[in-house]
Design a protein around this ligand. Structure first.
Ligand code: LLP
Length: 463
């Protein structure tokens, strides 16, 4: 996703500093459908609407900052993934990207399954009525209490992440008189081309059991020997925000290689493989993500081909997209506060949120785009850095972008593609109140996660 520094632009053309930006867009009022959810549009007055509702109305009712989640867009993406993979595969939405009870209900209605990775996510899923058999339970360090709960409620699968966990889950299942369906998460030695902190399938990291050196084969041996476990397949997740399908192809090939080795050694054909999540989305107009049907075809073809070559029946495939479903479905709405032009550098635009509602820019150098949404403007573009209100200079929401030079305090701006890993990674830094999630659909808006209050903060602080 590297973008070259581009010193061209109609304003300050001779003095634009180094940065990760391309030339200013020709039309700052345009809303690129790659980064905005599908019901977002500008009305005749130039204001942005979502689900038919003007953003100023949302602000009046719900305040700023706020995450605005386009329910129709979310549901359409669920359907696109379910349809692309078809009845012979399973799509598990990765709840870590964003989870709430409303979202669980939507997933259930749209026929998706759910991947959870903590007792808290499991509680949310069950409370909202997701059938336990449609839940996969992940994590590199599940507690015994979490395992007991997952086995007791009957989750569809537990994804085993270590040798100790194989023994732990088997022990719990046996004690509870159950046989738990499990997959083994393997690391396939693929390092997806993405930020180091969010690449997970190379060997030097905490997740999974390495294929290399025969560890994964040993894990299968142990799991098959334990009465409390029903080994249904192999799992691999290679990283995040990946555009290049080559990593998935290598992963699929290696996982199928393990299935063949298991068949040869044990005479058992494991019936499922899970290729994880990690499919990239467009955060800026420079990103070109693949469509679900292209991804499904690429993965299906490679698995079928490799299985044919190995003389295996094609296993049932599952995938776990989180970001690719919820990421593009939401934007964060902010009110502009202080505007500080730094001559010869850029203009700092401070908003009423920041790293407490979007840590991704600070943590991963993530790139975002931004637009003025309360009105249209024909003013010249100015190079801006959108920053938050926190006491930290790394408190950046959008590192480099262009906004109209007549931007003024009180304007509303929105950062698109913030549906994934923003609310779920939000914090109370500086005693910030985490923003609400407002779901919008067909002219109706409703809060699905309310704004925190100062009372909420004080309630936890028991003196
Ligand atoms: N499956 C497993 C086993 C995972 O670990 C993850 C993400 C997913 C599925 C979903 O991946 P997705 O399709 O959403 O990329 N906080 C980081 C992302 C961490 C992802 C962790 N695991 C970020 O904000 O980019």
């Amino acid at each position: 996703m590297s973008r070259s520094a581009h010193p061209a632009g109609p304003r300050h053309a001779d003095v634009l500093p180094e940065g990760h930006y391309t030339a200013p867009p020709t039309d700052l009022n345009a809303l690129d459908s790659k980064v905005w959810s599908r019901t977002v549009a500008r009305n005749a007055d130039g204001a942005v609407t979502v689900g038919g509702i003007e953003v100023a109305r949302l602000t009046e009712e719900f305040g700023t900052p706020a995450y605005i989640l386009d329910e129709s867009d979310f549901r359409a993406r669920c359907r696109a993934w379910a349809h692309a993979f078809g009845p012979d595969a399973d799509v598990f939405y990765a709840g870590k990207a964003f989870l709430s009870r409303a979202v669980v209900r939507w997933l259930k209605e749209e026929g998706l399954n759910l991947d959870v990775c903590s007792g808290g996510e499991l509680t949310c899923a069950l409370d909202a009525g997701m059938p336990a058999e449609r839940i996969a339970f992940h994590g590199n360090n599940k507690t015994v209490a979490e395992i007991e709960r997952a086995v007791t409620v009957g989750v569809g699968r537990i994804v085993l992440d270590s040798f100790q966990e194989i023994a732990r889950v088997a022990h719990v299942a046996q004690r509870l008189g159950k046989r738990q369906r499990v997959q083994i998460r393997v690391t396939v030695g693929v390092e997806a081309h993405t930020h180091e902190f969010i690449a997970t399938a190379h060997e030097d990291q905490k997740f999974g059991i390495a294929l290399a050196g025969g560890e994964a084969a040993e894990a299968v041996r142990r799991a098959l020997a334990l009465d409390g476990l029903e080994l249904i397949g192999i799992h691999s997740h290679i990283g995040s925000q990946i555009f290049d399908m080559a990593g998935f192809e290598v992963s699929a090939r290696r996982v199928v290689g393990l299935l063949a080795a298991v068949r040869d050694e044990h005479g058992v054909e494991l019936p499922e493989i899970d290729l994880g999540g990690g499919l990239g989305i467009a955060y800026t107009s420079d990103d070109d993500p693949r469509e679900p049907h292209e991804i499904a075809k690429a993965l299906g073809d490679i698995v079928t081909r490799e299985c044919e070559a190995a003389g295996l029946a094609t296993p049932r495939i599952s995938v776990e997209p989180g970001r690719a479903i919820v990421g593009p479905s939401a934007f964060t709405l902010y009110e502009v506060g202080t505007i500080k032009p730094l001559e010869g550098l850029r203009t700092y635009v401070s908003v009423d949120g920041g790293m407490s509602d979007n840590i991704r820019t600070a943590l991963y150098d993530a790139e975002y785009s931004v637009a003025l949404v309360s009105r249209a403007s024909d003013a010249e573009p100015m190079l801006v850095r959108v920053v938050g209100k926190h006491c930290e200079s790394g408190d950046i929401v959008v590192r480099d972008a262009f906004l109209p030079s007549d931007l003024a305090p009180g304007d509303l701006i929105a950062v698109p593609a913030t549906g994934a890993y923003c609310r779920s990674m939000a914090s109370n830094y500086n005693h910030a109140l985490r923003p609400p999630v407002v779901a919008v659909r067909d002219g109706q808006a409703r809060v699905i996660v309310r704004r925190e209050t100062e009372e909420d903060l004080l309630r936890l602080d028991v003196g």
